[in-house]
Structure formats: structure tokens, C-alpha cells
Ligand binder design. Structure first.
Ligand code: NAD
Ligand code: TYD
Length: 382
């Protein structure tokens, strides 16, 4: 157990100079958003520090997501440590050995459908793992200044919206899936460590991300790869659930803004301000795919259009109807804004998947196929 932070809580921002020269411990850096964030760091003109990527390499963690960084920076400014965030001694040892003063905590079980079929791993990694990390930081950073624990969370902790309204940082928590409940629980722990032990923390709650390297269990890459393979495009329920979509690079630039300019103890919502129904998303994927790889040239389509593959299947239990983020605070206080429109981001994403067939083949292994069989066999067409 950590002995506790000493001294008064630091309310200010760390500043770009401090973060830019620090060693950052990034948990879950081999996943979709974490790997994008690490790449983003090495592209930052203001960053000359080091990165330790601490990742267990679950089914969602893939070292191939960072082959370029490993090649350019491996052993110099980039270090990979395979480990479990629930392993206190290991986390503490890596924190001490690396001298990391900033933790950016992405590691999590992240897929709602998996949390419905098997919630235990979510409770373990998302709650117990976050607790373990907080304890290790409290211990490793005792008496230190200019440290920061940034916790990556989701808009799903706020629950489900009706036709109108937006989530604010002050919206009461109302999680409704095992995934969102576990993330909500971890957010509460992070805030508790700020108030009780003066651990300098920030939290961001972000909306749905999409982009290159996303594991194809999530809506956009799943639909894209199914369409390419001439397989059904399974829309849950009536296909009218709404999500707020953000290109992953924009999420990463927001996290950098919070690390450098965010105030300790604060929460920042991050969103795309881009609400779409699921069926609109899938139609758009089909439309862009048609321009890049016309269905008539794809033998798997057998004369059909991509949109002919859309299939309505039985709904996700407890399916949140609508998410929508108000991100005025980060825009106003940290001068962050989205750089990519949905149309641009989606096109870039689809082009990336089409160009990275090796990566896609690597993902579509036995484990992935097993998941697809388990999840979609339980969803008969109603
Ligand atoms: P992901 O599933 O692609 O990656 C998760 C990573 O965490 C993987 O590399 C995995 O190996 C690692 N990991 C899992 N359990 C671990 C453990 N016990 N110890 C160490 N590493 C472990 O997830 P993602 O989509 O990149 O999401 C990253 C974070 O962002 C999560 O905290 C998620 O809740 C949050 N988030 C995601 C979205 C989204 O749309 N994907 C939106 C908002 C917030
Ligand atoms: P998902 O990508 O799993 O993200 P989240 O559940 O965290 O928002 O799903 C996005 C939306 O797409 C959600 O409303 C569920 C829906 N969905 C489908 O309709 N079919 C699918 O096969 C999947 C994976 C998701």
C-alpha cells in the first residue's frame, strides 16, 4: 500500500515544458487509442521525453499497432513492458525503474457486448486495475511535485439520453452496462484519490472513437470488414441508436491538451459534436466503400450492393439509446477543437483498412472468429 502523497494539492497545470520532458507511463498503449496516443506524442514538437508502454496484450492489445514507433524509438525513447495493471508489485517496480512522473491510463476491457457476456474481466481490469495503479502512483510519487495521473474514461458513464440534451461534466452518473458501470466505478476511485490523498489527477470522458487500428469488434471496422467479405451487416434493434463520433487523432490531441493545460482535479468531456444513428453510419460506410472498391468488382458480393447486406438483428440488452457530448469546457479552457470532419475521418479510416491487409489478416485469427460466432449466434434476426 502506498504511504500517501505529502504536501498541499497542486491545482495548477503541468505545462508543456514539464510534460514534454517527462517520462510517461501509458497503460494500454498497444490498444486502439493508446497506440494512436503514443504515435501522437512522438509527432508533438513539444515532446522530447520518453514513453513506457505498459500493456498486458489481451486479445485487444497488438504490438503490430506500434511497429513504426518500435523501429524509430525502441530502446531510446520508447520502451514496452508487458504486464497486468492488477499486479501491484509489477506496476510499482516499472514506475520506480522508469522514473515516470505522468501516467496516462488507457488500459481497460472496452467492449460493451463482451461485458454483457462476461462482466468479470471488466470488474477486474477496470476497477481493480485502476485501484492498483492509483495505489502504486501514490507510493512511487510520495513527496514528488509535477506528477499527474490522467484517467481515460467514456461518456457511457452518464447513461442514456432521450431525443434531446447533452452530457455535461456535471451530469450525474447513470451507467447501465457492466462496461460503463466498471468505468464509472474507476472514475469515482480516481476522484477519491484526488480528494483524499491529494494525488494530482485529471479525467476525460470521451465519446465513441473510430479510426485506424480499431479492433473489428466495434461498429465501424466490423461493418467495413463484413461488407468487404460479403457478410451480413448486423444492426442491433431498429438501428436508430445514436452515438457521437470522434476521429481517434482528435481524442489524442485532446488528451495532450489536458496533460499540458488541464487543472488537477478537473474533468473534461471530449466529443465529436457529430451525432449519427447507427444505420446512418453503416450506410455511409457502404457509400464510401462503393467509391473506393465498387461492389461489382468484389466477387464476395455476388452482384449485390454493399447496402444489401444490412441486416436487422435482435437488440443489445440494456442498449443505451443516445449519447451526445457537450465539450464546451475543453474548447473554452484549453482551446482544443476537432480537426477532422466525420466524412474526412471515415474516409481516412476506410482507406487505412483497405491498405493494411496484413494487419487485418493478423486480427482475423481464431480468437476473433470465435468472438464473432459467440456474439452474433446469440442474435437471431427478430
Ligand atoms: P482497446 O480494447 O482497443 O485496448 C485496450 C488495451 O488495454 C489493450 O492493448 C489491452 O491489451 C490493454 N489491457 C487490457 N487489460 C489490461 C490489463 N489488465 N493490464 C494491462 N493492459 C491491459 O481499447 P480502446 O478502444 O483503445 O480504449 C482505450 C480506453 O479508452 C479505455 O479505457 C476505454 O474505456 C476508453 N474509451 C474508449 C472509447 C472508444 O470508442 N473506443 C471511447 C471513450 C473512451
Ligand atoms: P460499439 O462500437 O460496440 O460502441 P458502444 O457500444 O461503446 O457505443 O457500438 C456502437 C453502436 O453500434 C451501439 O449502439 C451498438 C451498435 N452496434 C450494432 O448495431 N451492431 C454491431 O454489430 C455492433 C458491434 C454495434
Amino acid at each position: 500500500m502506498g504511504a500517501g502523497m505529502t504536501g498541499a494539492v497542486q491545482k495548477g497545470a503541468l505545462g508543456e515544458k514539464t510534460v514534454g520532458s517527462a517520462t510517461l507511463l501509458v497503460t494500454g498503449g498497444a490498444g486502439f487509442i493508446g497506440s494512436c496516443f503514443i504515435r501522437h506524442l512522438f509527432e508533438q514538437p513539444g515532446f522530447s521525453g520518453k514513453v513506457v508502454n505498459f500493456d498486458k496484450l489481451t486479445y485487444a492489445g497488438n504490438p503490430a499497432n506500434l511497429t513504426d514507433i518500435e523501429k524509430q524509438q525502441g530502446g531510446k525513447r520508447y520502451f514496452f513492458e508487458q504486464g497486468d495493471i492488477c499486479d501491484h508489485d509489477r506496476v510499482l517496480a516499472v514506475l520506480k525503474k522508469s522514473g515516470a512522473t505522468v501516467v496516462v491510463h488507457f488500459a481497460a476491457e472496452s467492449h460493451v457486448d463482451r461485458s454483457i457476456l462476461g462482466p468479470q474481466d471488466f470488474v477486474r481490469t477496470n476497477i481493480q486495475g485502476t485501484f492498483t495503479l492509483l495505489e502504486a502512483c501514490r507510493s512511487a510519487w510520495e513527496g514528488k511535485r509535477d506528477v499527474r495521473f490522467h484517467h481515460i474514461s467514456t461518456d457511457e458513464v452518464y447513461g442514456s439520453l432521450g431525443e434531446t440534451g447533452l452530457f455535461l461534466e456535471t451530469t450525474p452518473y447513470d451507467p447501465r452496462s457492466p462496461y460503463s458501470a466498471s468505468k464509472a466505478s474507476s472514475d469515482h476511485l480516481v476522484r477519491a484519490y484526488f480528494h483524499t490523498y491529494q494525488l494530482p489527477v485529471t479525467i476525460s470522458n470521451c465519446s465513441n472513437n473510430y479510426g485506424p487500428y480499431q479492433f473489428p469488434e466495434k461498429l465501424i471496422p466490423l461493418m467495413l470488414l463484413n461488407a468487404m467479405g460479403g457478410k451480413p451487416l448486423p444492426l442491433y434493434g431498429d438501428g436508430k441508436n445514436v452515438r457521437d463520433w470522434l476521429f481517434v487523432d482528435d481524442h489524442c490531441s485532446a488528451v495532450w491538451s489536458i496533460l499540458t493545460g488541464g487543472l488537477s482535479g478537473e474533468t473534461y468531456n471530449i466529443g465529436g459534436e457529430c451525432e449519427r444513428q447507427n444505420r446512418q453510419i453503416v450506410e455511409k460506410v457502404c457509400e464510401i466503400l462503393e467509391t473506393l472498391r465498387p461492389a461489382r468488382g468484389n466477387a464476395a458480393l455476388n452482384g449485390r450492393a454493399y447496402s444489401d447486406l444490412i441486416t436487422y438483428v435482435s437488440d443489445r440488452p440494456g442498449h443505451d439509446r443516445r449519447y451526445a457530448i457537450n465539450c464546451d469546457k475543453i474548447k473554452r479552457d484549453l482551446e482544443w477543437k476537432q480537426r477532422f470532419t466525420f466524412e474526412e475521418g471515415l474516409r481516412k479510416t476506410i482507406e487505412w483498412y483497405l491498405a493494411h491487409t496484413e494487419w487485418v489478416r493478423g486480427i482475423q485469427t481464431g480468437e476473433y472468429r470465435k468472438w464473432v460466432e459467440t456474439n452474433y449466434a446469440a442474435r437471431p434476426v427478430p
